[in-house]
Write a protein that binds this ligand. Structure first.
Ligand SMILES: [Zn+2]
Ligand SMILES: [Zn+2]
Length: 550
């Protein structure tokens, strides 16, 4: 009965934790790292074919994005998730596979031009389709047997449609323990979805800490009023209001608000101003929202639906899908609202809209969600004066605003409300899914101010024995070596090659020398203790597995 922390440790992305129980392996989340990578993650220490099941907290790519890779490498178990999460995964993992394929295609073209071999995508659409066959939807609040001595239940976490905390009851021999993974905990009073639901009891809790050291503010945010002002200001100046938005979740919330703004006539003098949703994924997601079971929604949304109102549609809404339609948006000079993905501006069509609007003093760029360190979105929020887009330097003259308090994540008080709602408090709490400072500060708060006995903020590779309530191995954080920023695919032709100090042939020769050294070392192991031979063999195989598919 052991936990190994793999990802989202002292970071916010790449969520993944391994659970070993009765000789079987399970994962909670299998996410992709996004934005700046601060600490190295250990590899999942078992082969994907030996992973029995995955419990998925929600569909965001930083929690689900490596599932197709797991499948590609041999995983054939079940992926337990709520029904809405399963439905969202169907569009989000296909979209992610598409991004992987086009990224590899671009890199391959570049590699071939310089005589290097083609680049394989991390995974393909076929891998994503294969994985989707393994989804096992489970309704909220329903306990199901997921393996020997393993019961699971999903509780609404109020973060994204379908999002959940995962409660796991673990029995091995005569020991039974309960552990809860908070998943991403939502903010209160979000439109469309419910507030986070609480959990009654657990021996262990793994809690996120995205905003573990921050408060969203005491006043209840007036999103509608604020958004109406942002729209009014941009349109009055003759510019555009550009909203970089996560395609799934945040975009639907913004549509929900704009419907109300239009209904109440809060923006004056611009008639039925146009609102473009320029993201095929966002438009597909809106479809999934509207098909969802009403039990996923908060009472206001249900009331609207009961009245026969479509809460995500209004006059002036333009849903552009093809890239021609997308480009046409920038040739129309009429002031308008443009909602596009990705939310952190590191990929997608939003980058075109930024190129056309950042330099214009009349436009406003409105950020409506968390911006991870190292992303273009974060740089803009932090006041960067010029950015490079598609090989061009673009001056930042547009006004940069953020929708105050708009976050899919609970703030420190929300996290404390979640952890203090237990009737039987967890004796040991693991804090993950927060940047270093936030995660450490929240762990300190739980320990020193909230009276939790054992609070651990594990780094990747940390192993904890749940039956014995004891640390098996406490890993240290290994900072990632800084690399030059990645080039953007669309800038291919304009991209400037960095002068190389070492020639590729020299590097390749050094690699051959390293391989010879390894082979010599292995030969010297004849007659060494079995334990050492096994460990070296394991290490070499892990190394080969790691690089085989790159
Ligand atoms: Zn999330
Ligand atoms: Zn997350």
């Amino acid at each position: 009965m052991k936990l190994t922390f793999i990802g989202a440790t002292h970071e916010v992305t790449g969520s993944c934790t391994l659970l070993e129980l009765n000789g079987k392996n399970y994962l909670v989340d299998c996410g992709m790292e996004q934005g700046q990578n601060v600490f190295e993650n250990v590899e999942i220490p078992v082969s994907p074919s030996l992973i029995d099941s995955v419990f998925l907290t929600h569909a965001h790519i930083d929690h689900s994005g490596l599932l197709p890779l797991l499948y590609k490498n041999g995983f054939s178990g079940a992926v337990y998730a709520t029904e809405a999460t399963a439905n969202l995964c169907r569009i989000m993992l296909r979209d992610s596979a598409h991004i992987q394929e086009s990224d590899a295609e671009w890199k391959s073209r570049k590699a071939q031009r310089s005589g290097r071999p083609a680049v394989e995508p991390l995974y393909t659409l076929d891998d994503a389709e294969g994985l989707l066959q393994h989804l096992r939807p489970v309704p909220y609040a329903t306990q199901v047997q997921a393996g020997e001595g393993l019961l699971v239940r999903f509780t609404d976490a109020g973060h994204l449609l379908g999002s959940a905390s995962v409660e796991l009851w673990l029995t091995e021999g005569d020991v039974t323990k309960k552990i809860v993974f908070s998943g991403d905990i939502g903010n209160l009073d979000q439109p469309i979805i419910k507030d986070p639901q609480y959990v009654d009891e657990a021996d262990y809790a793994v809690i996120e800490s995205t905003y573990g050291d921050r408060l969203h503010g005491t006043e209840k945010p007036d999103y509608i009023g604020e958004l109406a002002r942002d729209i009014q200001d941009a349109l009055d100046r003759g510019g555009n209001l550009v909203i970089p938005s996560f395609a799934v979740g945040r975009t639907q919330e913004i549509l929900y608000f704009i419907r109300q703004i239009k209904l109440e006539g809060l923006v004056k003098g611009h008639g039925e101003f146009k609102v473009y949703v320029d993201s095929p994924l966002a438009n597909e997601a809106t479809g999934i929202f509207l098909q969802c079971d009403r039990s996923c929604f908060d009472p206001d949304m249900v009331e609207l639906m009961d009245q026969g109102v479509n809460p995500l549609v209004f006059p002036g809404l333009e849903v552009s899908v093809s890239s021609e339609e997308s480009k046409a948006i920038n040739f129309d000079a009429t002031p308008k609202v443009i909602i596009s993905a990705s939310g952190m501006c590191d990929a997608g069509r939003i980058r075109h809209h930024l190129k056309h609007n950042l330099w214009r003093e009349s436009s406003i760029i409105l950020f409506v969600g968390y911006q991870a360190a190292g992303t273009l979105g974060r740089n803009l929020v932090d006041g960067m004066e010029s950015v490079k887009l598609f090989g061009e330097d673009i001056a930042v003259n547009a006004e940069i605003r953020t929708l105050a308090g708009k976050s899919g994540h609970a703030d420190k008080n929300g996290l404390l409300a979640w952890i203090n709602a237990f009737q039987k408090k967890p004796h040991t709490v693991f804090v993950n899914h927060g940047e270093d400072e936030s995660c450490m500060s929240f762990a300190r708060c739980l320990r020193e101010e909230q009276g939790f006995k054992t609070v651990v903020a594990p780094y990747s590779g940390t192993v904890y024995d749940l039956a014995a309530d004891a640390m098996v191995y406490e890993a240290k954080g290994v900072p990632v070596e800084r690399k030059a920023p990645a080039e953007e695919p669309a800038a291919a032709d304009a991209a400037q090659e960095k002068p190389r100090s070492v020639k590729p042939q020299q590097l390749y020769n050094a690699l051959q020398e390293a391989a010879k050294r390894l082979s010599k070392l292995a030969k010297r192991f004849e007659g060494r203790p079995n334990k050492d031979v096994q460990r070296l063999t394991g290490d070499i195989n892990t190394l080969c597995d790691k690089w085989q598919n790159k």
